[in-house]
Design a protein around this ligand. Sequence first.
Ligand SMILES: O=C(O)CCC(=O)C(=O)O
Ligand SMILES: [Fe+2]
Length: 940
Amino acid sequence: MATFTVDGGGPVGIKKELYEALDAIESSGTFASQGELPHVDPQIKVQDVSAISLPLQESQVRQMMEQAHQAPYGKGSETLVDTAVRNTLELNADQFELGNPDWDDYIKQACTCVAQDLGVDSPVSAELYKMLIYEKGAMFKPHTDTEKAPGMFATLVIGLPSPFEGGEVAVKHQGKKTILTTLQHGFSYVSWYSDVVHEVLPVRSGYRWVLTYNLCIDPSRPCPTACLHTDEARHLHRILKAWLNQNTRGERKLSHAYYRLDHEYTQANISPNALKGRDLASVHLLKEISNDLNLEIFLAAIVKRQMGSCRYDDHYNRKSYRSYKPYYDNIYFGNYDVGHRGRSGGIHDLEEIIDTSYEIDTLMCFDVDPEEDYLGYQGNWAVAIVPRDSIAHFLKVSTEKDALYISSARQGNKASVIGYLAKSLVHTPDDQFLIKTLKDLCREVWTVSESEPPGSYRPPRIVLPEAVIIKVLQVAIISKDQDFVKDAMDRHEGNLSLDLFTWAQEQIAAGLITFDTIKDSVLRAILTFPVLWKRQVAVNNFVPPNESMSDDVRSFVQRVHNIILEMIPQQDLGCQDGHAVVDMIPGYHDFSYLSSRVAPLVEARLSAIPFMFAFLSRLDQRTTDGAFPTEDGTNLYKQVAKLFVDTIDVRTLTSDGDEWSAAKAARLAYFIQEPRPASLPKSSVVTHEILAKFFSTLIRTTSDSDSIVGVLSRRICSRAPAIEASTFHSLWLPFLHALVRVCKANSIPTSMPDYQQIFAAILKAYVNNYVGERPSHDGNYVRPTVRHCCADCSSLNRFLSDPAQTVGRFSVNQKRRQHLHRRLDAAGIDCTHETERLGSPQTLIVTKSFRHHERVFAAWGRRKAEARVKLREFNKRDLTAWFGEEYEGLMGMVGHGASSGRRPARTVPLLSRSLAPGLPEQTRSRKRKAADIDVVDLTG
Ligand SMILES: O=C(O)CCC(=O)C(=O)O
Ligand SMILES: [Fe+2]
């Protein structure tokens, strides 16, 4: 029976009729299914296992088991291996191949059968997950499956032909039980919704061999709605209508009703589209009816709260299963510590139950996007059916209880309700009671965010999402509640859409509110933004630039701008801020405000490189488009550009996406994870277009006598040898191509000294820093150690760091062997490891290898070939002009001998290498000899 009441007692009257009508809604499917499949050999291939023929032979199972590992299970957020709970061997999907090209279609057909059985109308996709091998005694205790992918709703198991006995799957849902079996001699499937409790019973003999798949539906697809035209639907509609009509006669006693869903959901996976089976049918039908009648539908997580006495039962943990969700009602009790809710432990059997009640843990509104930060509540969900005229009462009741227990889920609950209320009130702002409810809830959220009771559990702070804050503010402003407006303006923490300011301006223009009543609150909201450019855009949206603004408004803008400028010295400044400080002027101030008030502050921030580039570029743009007097604008440009160029450090420039990632480091460095050298200054992100445009503007606005281009060229050349290897492809080479175009557009030959030097310096640095020298093989057997946690790790580390030991033998039990091999894998250590299956315990043999050298050598070859292609993208005549007599040597370094078959005649005079990051230490410090210059083309 899927019903329960919130106020105790059995359902009577309208409530009884309502529940009966809902119970009568049927879905076409069942919670689990099984069936036979035709014989199609998937052609399974497992590395190091001889060809697998069907049915499975003992010798091959044995070989596969060599490759397999003990299957873990999930408990809360942990993944554990405990053979008392799950005793199965598994191979991950990347450890084997299914060679038969028809296999995907075969699985699609199996999915069609399952979808039909489970009553799922949407297209179902299957994602291969594991291969499982159950030997005698293997089993998996009762558990539910974790939903491992978006849209996952069920598990599909394909039984492969292999003789065995036992190993049935016992499934249980809503009091119904059944036994599913995979066939011994043929192909078969079994499947169940993820929240169905299931258990694999012990295998008595042979090997049970299966593939498991995650079944998913497209999470964004609306699921089919139930049809309003059945008798059951019409009956439900009639009853709901009668219930609503009771109010017109002043006799409605039942203010709202909950109807419990059949399946369990987590906060992460519940959404109106992801409901399962009968839940989908009943909730969608209710939603459809609610569009017709004056009803609102919510999804609510319900906690059954039982008060009583208990004795701590340590045994309980042994009964914990995969996903750790007891399939009894969630039991919480009197002395229950909320801080632990949702983690392991803290759940005990009650000896004596004194009182039972139900509470809403989380409320989800249909049309409001779910919050990201909810604690993943997993358990009983219900659909809440609320007449619209009872919503304020309902929300108040359902959220008031939260005040007792403040956990993040409950705070999330409030945020969701605030979102719902604000959204509905923007359209119907006349319900004073609802406005008050909204205000109270907001205040609670804001106060909780601030209060920090010493020593007590502190709930995580809630930042209402942008879409919610704007609605709350609009409601506050429309309802002319100045205190509420002030509070809301203060609390957005930067999470406020700038559209609010445009909206407020429109309200003023339409005469709905006055500038005076709102200006102080707006000022607070503007200053609450942590970044400068948002403050500037907010002012702009609230008071669009206009020559004829009133004195009152003009002095407001002056005041805000002055405050914004005062904050510049302490502010983090980026590209958008560079534009914003220029955009503060036109329409609001004279040019002198920019030159005398703004410019000195900007000149004090020359090291904020993206900010400076953006400032200069916007200054030039606004001067060119006539917003500033040409001469004044140009002079200011030259003044600031000169100061900037005098300080710029090109080593720090990177382009977006160039961040020093482990992957890049691995590609470029000898040691697999060389950390970024700490001595390098903080990097600044710019694009090659920005750099090239800077050159082009300098060429246009400055003269030789200003010598800014010359200074910039010398600065680039002096720092180029230390440019980071990872920035050439994304920034410096595209920049050089753009610079060629800039020179061409300005009729400047690229062989002019200032430019020739830039091209030569950057391209030399490219060959030296990106390609580098041929890696040398040191033959050293010292390996990095693993993260140390036990005596086994210590002896492993002794072996790894000893240059005299090449093979280590560790005779320890399976669990400890696994521990060691995981540690080795996690640290990416250059060695092989295998188990010698002799004696007891067996022995893990670790052999030091030199695969890293091979990798490094191959990577160097690839870089060389890549650089060769990149250099060929420049004009050969240009290259010879730029490099002069170094041309042959440099081209030789990338395997492009100028005169074929001949080694370069002379050593390339290398630029300073000491600062080249990302290259192996020994490469950096060793002096390069002519004979080292390698001209072998590794790519053929
Ligand atoms: O082996 C089976 O049939 C089911 C395995 C299972 O329950 C699981 O992988 O979650
Ligand atoms: Fe399972």
